[in-house]
Design a protein around this ligand. Structure first.
Ligand code: HEM
Length: 478
């Protein structure tokens, strides 16, 4: 006979423990209460979630907790705590990166096996090293952009698309020695027929949602998730085709793709090479293209900045320079401080890569910037999030204003409060190449064109911070 009294007592205590744990977690860190059942899931999945992050940071402080259903997410925007977490090398949070796995798979971004990650990071960073040949590739594609603009003189061009197309072409050639021919897909009527672009548009908005709520992948009840998975399959097919074509080629090239292929059967599998191609193409293209759009917007919004950068480039004879090493030299922060501070401020205000998600392996104590002790619990997801940090008045006076001068001269930016490329050993692998591309592109447009727009630029959270809708620019040659 079952003793029902014992069952009822056990059930009673279980319910008490669940409710107690839940309420203890509720008072864990301050934050929005949200809905009792789903917490702040609606805000977390909104395309304007970046505005909520800033609002929550201003209302609840530099460390705040948000509920995704019954799971707490802890946003860390305190420079001192961020630095300590990075220094202690806390691992990436398995649960969250599981949500990015459908796209990134065994690629570097979501690779959590330490030894494989170390090996892959080493060979990929070696492939990204040679800057002079990269400058030549950048210049070649910027000439293609010039030819495109010449054909469309005095016409409005949707720059959000143009930026993705030439960045894809550049990444394809720099990393894989492959000609994606994306820009060619923008036809005379300015209609776009680029499958990779369409795949990205269908994948990225849903991907961030799957990162925040990985159950969306496990139980794909939403048609948007199933649609994303279909488009990922198409990208995988495309990457497999690239591997097949390259494997069949007799002569090998000195590029990352051939190095990865040569390791199939030892440290790589067909699947991992495919995933590296996709991860690098997406990570390399999307945030860089978005940064260039934001930078162009700020140039047009701040004509005095544009003029100062133009004078700086003229003083350095940039326009008559064609030697890659000299070009890199001129664009270095020591020679072009105004251009560099401008780019830094663009990435502070509109940094497209939000940060990194770490996990707390055991109970850990830290001291925050105010000298107050704080504690994290095992398994806590810690989002080291730059968007709210970069918009905090504690670290940036007049944080909502675009002031590049804050990065010039004796810079008083607190360590841990500026990290558009994350930091520590899992920082962005493409930081140098992205900065080089952004500066080369801006210098090219500033030296060769007058540009204007009637559009205002709207932003949305779409895996990265991205432009929303069209942003049309008219370019006229100088
Ligand atoms: C403005 C442009 C870029 C921004 C703002 C950016 C930002 C970031 C951030 C914040 C991370 C850390 C993500 C995390 O820990 O979850 C990251 C990682 C990464 N980025 Fe970038 N990125 C940019 C461009 C690039 C480019 C051009 C490439 C490749 C050519 C690239 C490749 C990667 C890779 C492979 C990782 C993963 C590194 C690892 O886990 O070891 N990124 N990026």
């Amino acid at each position: 006979m079952i003793d029902f009294t014992n069952v009822i007592v056990a059930l009673f205590f279980t319910i008490i423990i669940v409710i107690f744990t839940y309420y203890k977690k509720r008072t864990y860190f301050p934050g929005p209460e949200g809905n009792f059942l789903c917490g702040s899931e609606v805000e977390l999945n909104s395309p304007k979630v970046h505005l909520h992050w800033v609002y929550w940071m201003k209302t609840y402080g530099l460390i705040f907790r948000v509920w995704s259903w019954w799971n707490p997410i802890i946003y860390v925007c305190d420079a001192k705590v961020i630095t300590a977490i990075i220094e202690q090398k806390l691992p990436k949070h398995g649960g969250f990166y599981e949500g990015f796995r459908p796209l990134s798979g065994l690629g570097l971004f979501s690779q959590l096996k330490e030894s494989q990650w170390k090996h892959d990071r080493k060979i990929i960073s070696e492939a990204l090293r040679d800057k002079n040949s990269q400058v030549e590739i950048f210049q070649k594609h910027l000439n293609n952009v010039s030819a495109f603009l010449k054909n469309n003189d005095h016409r409005e061009v949707d720059f959000t698309k143009l930026s993705v197309l030439f960045t894809l072409d550049i990444i394809g050639e720099v990393l894989f020695d492959c000609d994606f021919k994306s820009l060619e897909r923008f036809n005379e009527k300015l209609e776009l027929n680029c499958p990779i672009y369409v795949h990205l548009q269908n994948i990225l908005p849903e991907l961030l949602k799957c990162g925040v709520s990985p159950w969306r992948i496990k139980i794909p009840i939403f048609s948007s998730t199933r649609n994303m998975l279909r488009h990922i399959k198409e990208l995988q097919r495309y990457a497999n085709e690239m591997i097949k074509l390259r494997t069949e080629l007799e002569s090998k090239k000195e590029c990352l793709l051939d190095t990865l292929i040569s390791e199939i059967g030892t440290t790589q599998s067909l699947e991992s090479v495919r995933d590296h191609i996709i991860t690098l193409a997406v990570a390399g293209c999307d945030p860089t293209a978005n940064s260039i759009v934001f930078a162009m917007y700020e140039l047009m919004n701040n004509p005095e900045c544009q003029e100062k950068i133009c004078k700086e480039l003229e003083a350095n004879n940039y326009i008559s320079c064609s030697n890659p090493s000299e070009m890199r030299n001129i664009l270095h922060r020591s020679k072009s401080p105004i251009l560099n501070s401008f780019v830094n401020e663009v990435l502070r205000m509109h940094g497209p890569g939000f940060g990194t998600i770490r996990t707390c392996p055991f109970k850990m104590s830290f001291t925050d910037s105010n000298g107050i002790g704080i504690e994290f619990n095992p398994g806590d997801p810690l989002l080291l999030w730059n968007y709210p940090t970069h918009h905090s008045e504690k670290y940036y006076a007049a944080a909502d204003k675009f002031i590049p001068e804050r990065f010039i001269g004796e810079v008083l930016i607190e360590h841990g409060s500026y990290f558009p490329f994350s930091f520590g050993e899992r920082r962005c692998l493409g930081e140098n190449i992205a900065l080089l591309e952004i500066k080369l592109v801006l210098a090219h447009f500033i030296c060769h064109y007058n540009f204007q727009t009637k559009d205002t630029l709207d932003q949305q959270t779409c895996f990265t911070l991205a432009p929303h809708g069209q942003f049309r620019i008219i370019f006229t040659s100088k």
